[in-house]
Design a protein around this ligand. Structure first.
Ligand code: NAD
Length: 475
């Protein structure tokens, strides 16, 4: 009998009657069960959040910060248990799981310093005019399976810091570590402020359309994001959407292939490529294309694909069967079209576990599915370009606009190109760095609004303007 993990509602760990199996993607074994919640469970969680909101909305900055710091400390104190559990349900190698757990604890601590001060726009003889931020109310948080803890924390912490309460739904594929954290923080935050419930995808639309939820903060695919926007329109819920990406990296001819090959590899293959901001299209200048593509392929051959709990694994399995089949389909399409592979593509995966060999394509055409679509797997197309103008146009030729990167010996030139890219973040000579104090969000169909920093915090609030006429007191 697999271990059963309960939900957190109103400060208590509860069951719902029905259970969902959770599978380890490294071996397809069931490793846990979680409640399969429906409307009644959701109603209970929302009612708890609504009741808690009446008090929490008036909490002080210090009370909010103390709750978030307690979450941060709890995650850190239990990191050893948590990162192992995360690897077993998500698939990522132990060192990357450790990075996510400590990263989430650090993010909680950093974001608990964020404060939205009142803004005084007029203080004259006749008028005192002040803008304050008030919490929107009960938040519904919906999280994907690639970074379940990071994404959960980046919704819970700003909700609490703004004075909101939250009902969070992890992905049905990766709910275990989140529920273990729920158990650990249950007596460390006021009852009802943080509620965590699990269920199938069908629980998502119930959250989106719930009449007593005021805001949705969602991370996941663009397709689901569009459904959420539609569902939230019925009662004009506030929404923040962090969606998919097809990020381009541009390597200029002055970048030393020996210095960038390994970094480019990991910008694509960390978390088996299942990162919204992973480099999914790499454009290399023709002068260094042959040398750099060979250096990346040579490095790839040194990286072990396998069970994330085994020492030395660099790339784990794909997280779930549906995504595994989608990635294999994209590789098959590339084979069917006769595109050239530098690594991968030639061997079929066998045995249990959702493993895909590291797959690097050699200059496929721009309209290849593997280039035009978000792969979300250990697959990277390398493409040749000749001029800056051409590569900027190709990089921007996407409905997505999440992030991108420029690699160059001349950082000023990198910035010049970055300013012409239509994305929310552009890195120069680095990758995957997010500051807790800068807005993170997508342009175009990669998102709506932003998370992180004061911009992200503001999305959990309404502006309220209070205007006092000093020379017109009717008394
Ligand atoms: P998904 O959209 O399938 O699921 C995300 C969450 O939404 C899950 O909790 C799921 O149960 C829930 N859900 C599913 N259908 C729903 C509906 N109709 N209404 C409400 N909720 C619903 O995404 P995924 O496959 O879990 O994650 C992969 C995608 O997430 C990729 O496209 C990736 O780029 C994106 N992503 C984006 C970011 C970002 O910050 N921009 C970060 C991570 C992942």
């Amino acid at each position: 009998m697999p271990k059963q993990y309960k939900n957190l509602i109103n400060g208590e760990m509860v069951e719902s009657g029905e259970w969902l199996d959770v599978v380890n993607p490294a071996n397809e074994q069931v490793i846990g069960q979680v409640p399969a919640c429906g409307k009644d469970d959701l109603d209970r969680a929302v009612a708890a959040a609504r009741t808690a909101f009446k008090t929490w909305k008036n909490s002080s900055f210090e009370e909010r910060q103390a709750a978030c710091m307690a979450i941060s400390a709890t995650i850190k104190e239990n990191a050893d248990e948590l990162f192992r559990l995360l690897t077993s349900e998500q698939g990522k190698p132990h060192d990357q799981a450790k990075g996510e757990i400590y990263g989430a604890a650090g993010l909680a601590a950093a974001q608990s310093t964020l404060k939205l001060d009142d803004v005084i726009v007029e203080d004259s003889d006749t008028r005192f005019h002040r803008t304050r931020r008030v919490p929107v109310g009960v938040v519904g948080g919906i999280v994907p399976w690639n970074f379940p803890i990071m994404m959960g924390i980046q919704k819970i912490v700003p909700a609490l810091m703004s004075g909101c309460t939250i009902v969070l739904k992890p992905s049905p594929f990766t709910p275990l570590t989140t529920l273990r954290i729920a158990e650990l923080i249950a007596d460390k935050v006021p009852p009802g402020t943080v509620n965590i419930i699990t269920g199938e995808d069908s629980l998502g639309p119930l959250i989106t359309s719930h009449p007593d939820i005021d805001k949705i903060t969602f991370t996941g695919s663009t397709a689901t994001g569009k459904k959420i926007m539609e569902g939230a329109s019925a009662d004009l819920k506030r929404i923040t959407l962090e969606l998919g990406g097809n990020d381009a990296s541009i390597v200029l001819p002055d970048a030393d292939p020996k210095k960038v090959a390994e970094q480019l590899f990991w910008s694509s293959f960390t978390n088996a490529g299942q990162i919204c901001v992973a480099a999914k299209r790499i454009y290399i200048h023709e002068d260094i294309y042959d040398e750099l593509s060979q250096a990346i392929a040579d490095y790839a051959k040194t990286v072990k694909v396998g069970d994330g709990s085994e020492q030395g694994t660099g790339v784990g399995p794909i997280q779930n069967k549906k995504q595994y089949e989608r990635v294999l389909e994209l590789i098959q399409d590339a084979k069917d079209n006769g595109y050239k592979f530098l690594t991968g593509g030639d061997k079929d995966p066998s045995g249990s576990g959702y493993y895909v060999p590291i797959t690097i394509l050699d200059n496929p055409p721009e309209d290849a599915r593997i280039v035009a679509e978000e792969q979300f797997g250990p697959v990277m197309p390398l493409m040749k370009f000749s001029t800056e103008e051409e590569v900027i146009q190709r990089a921007n030729n996407s409905d997505y606009g999440l992030a991108g990167a420029v690699w160059t010996g001349n950082p000023d030139k990198g910035v010049e190109i970055a300013e012409q890219l239509e994305t929310g973040t552009v890195w120069i000579n680095e990758y995957l760095h997010l500051s807790p104090f800068a807005p993170f969000g997508g342009h175009k169909q990669s998102g709506f609004g932003s998370e992180y920093g004061l911009d992200g915090l503001k999305e959990f609030t309404y502006a309220q303007v209070i205007s006092v006429r000093k020379d017109n007191v009717p008394a």
